[in-house]
Design a protein around this ligand. Structure first.
Ligand code: FUB
Length: 348
C-alpha cells in the first residue's frame, strides 16, 4: 500500500482544488512535522492535535495538545507506524499546557526530544509563558524522560535543532503572536505585553532566535542571538512585510556549504527560505517554499533521505478545522543555483 496516496480524506478541497499529496496517517491528527533519518528510517516528531473544544483565538488556545506520538516510515512512500505516547504533559514538572511543535536530535546513543509548552505562571490572559524543555530516550520512538525544568534561558515556541558537519548543534526557536516572542526583550518577559507583534511596521521585524547547544544537548552554551533575515540589499526585513517576515516554525538545513533558514510567515501562510554562510546568519531572503495550505498554520521540515530531499508539511484535509491537522510529505527540488522552486500544495 502506498500510504502517501492512500491515507484518506476527500481528494478535493472545499474550494475544488486537488491536493498535491495525501495525509501520512489518518489514525490521529498530527502537525508541525520535524523529520529525521535515524538508521535509514524516517522518524517524524510532530504535534499531536486534539479537539479540546476551545474556540479559535489569536493566542492559539485551540491548539491544546497534551502529548507526543512519533511517526516512523521505513521507506519513502511506505506505510507509516504511529507510536504510543512518547511524552505526556502530566509528566513534565514545569509545564501546564500546549505541547506545541517539537523536534529531536541524536547524540552518542541518546535521542533528545525538544518541545515547547506554557509554564505555570499566569499572564494577563491567565496563561503561562512558553518555555522549551528537553527529554531523553534510548529509542527514537521514546518514551522520553523529561528534565525537571525547562532549558535555562529558553522562551517562546517551535524549537528545532540543527547539527553542523563538525557535530556542533544549534537550537533555532521562536514565534510571534501566540508564541509570545514579542514579549521578550533582552531575556526579560513582559506578561502584560502585546498579544501579536511589536506594532512597529517600519522597524526591523522580530527575529527568530538561535543558540549553540552545550555538548550535553540539554542547555544553551551561549546567550541567545537573533537569526536575522535581510533582503538582497542587506537591509533587515521589516515588521510590516508580512509576506517575508519571520513568524514561527524555524527549520535550518545545510546544502552545498550554505545554511538554509526556513520559516513560516504565519498570518500570510507562506513557508519561506533565506540563505546564509553561517549557522548564525544573517540569512538573505530568497522566496517561498510552499504556497498557503488549507488551514491557518503552515509548519514544516526539510530532510534528505536516500539522496532525495523531502518537504514535510501539514494541512487540514482530514478535518477542515484549523486545530486538527494532518502531516504530509512531498519531494523538494533545487535549481542549479541552490534556489528552491516554489511548491503549490494543490495541483490545480
Ligand atoms: O501546533 C501549534 C503551533 O501552530 C505551532 O507551534 C506553530 O508553529 C503552528 O503550527
Amino acid at each position: 500500500v502506498d500510504t502517501m496516496a492512500a491515507a484518506g480524506g476527500d481528494a478535493v478541497s472545499p474550494d475544488g482544488r486537488s491536493y498535491l499529496s495525501q495525509p501520512l496517517t489518518s489514525e490521529i491528527y498530527t502537525a508541525d512535522p520535524s523529520g529525521h533519518v535515524f538508521d535509514g528510517k524516517l522518524y517524524i516528531y510532530a504535534s499531536h492535535d486534539i479537539d479540546a473544544g476551545i474556540p479559535d483565538d489569536d493566542l492559539g488556545n485551540q491548539y491544546a495538545m497534551r502529548d507526543y506520538r512519533i511517526l516512523r516510515m521505513d521507506r519513502p512512500g511506505g506505510p507509516v507506524t504511529v507510536g504510543p505516547v512518547a511524552l505526556d504533559v502530566k509528566d513534565v514538572p514545569w509545564a501546564s499546557q500546549q505541547m506545541w511543535a517539537p523536534d529531536a536530535a541524536y547524540k552518542d546513543g541518546t535521542y533528545y526530544l525538544y518541545f515547547p509548552a506554557r509554564d505555570k505562571t499566569k499572564d494577563k490572559n491567565g496563561v503561562g509563558a512558553f518555555r522549551i524543555g528537553v527529554a531523553t530516550s534510548k529509542s527514537p520512538m521514546g518514551p522520553f524522560v523529561p528534565e525537571p525544568n525547562y532549558i535555562e534561558g529558553s522562551f517562546s515556541i517551535d524549537p528545532s535543532v540543527f547539527t553542523d558537519d563538525d557535530g556542533t548543534s544549534y537550537m533555532y526557536f521562536g514565534g510571534i503572536w501566540g508564541g509570545q516572542l514579542q514579549r521578550w526583550n533582552n531575556g526579560v518577559y513582559d506578561p502584560q505585553g502585546s498579544d501579536t507583534d511589536l506594532m512597529q511596521d517600519d522597524q526591523p521585524a522580530i527575529s527568530g532566535k538561535v543558540a549553540r547547544l552545550s555538548p550535553d544537548m540539554k542547555s544553551f552554551a551561549e546567550p541567545v542571538r537573533d537569526a536575522l533575515i535581510v533582503d538582497e540589499a542587506g537591509n533587515p526585513v521589516l515588521g510590516g512585510d508580512h509576506d517575508r517576515r519571520f513568524f514561527e516554525a524555524a527549520w535550518v538545513f545545510k546544502r552545498d556549504g550554505k545554511y538554509y533558514f526556513t520559516y513560516s510567515t504565519g498570518d500570510t501562510h507562506y513557508l519561506n527560505y533565506a540563505i546564509g554562510d553561517s549557522p548564525y546568519g544573517p540569512f538573505t531572503y530568497k522566496g517561498h517554499i510552499l504556497e498557503p495550505v488549507q488551514g491557518w498554520t503552515s509548519h514544516h521540515s526539510i530532510v534528505e533521505w536516500n539522496g532525495k530531499w523531502y518537504l514535510l508539511y501539514h494541512d487540514t484535509q482530514l478535518s477542515g478545522k484549523n486545530h486538527l491537522r494532518n502531516v504530509k510529505m512531498t519531494e523538494l527540488t533545487f535549481n542549479p543555483d541552490g534556489t528552491i522552486p516554489t511548491i503549490s500544495p494543490f495541483t490545480n
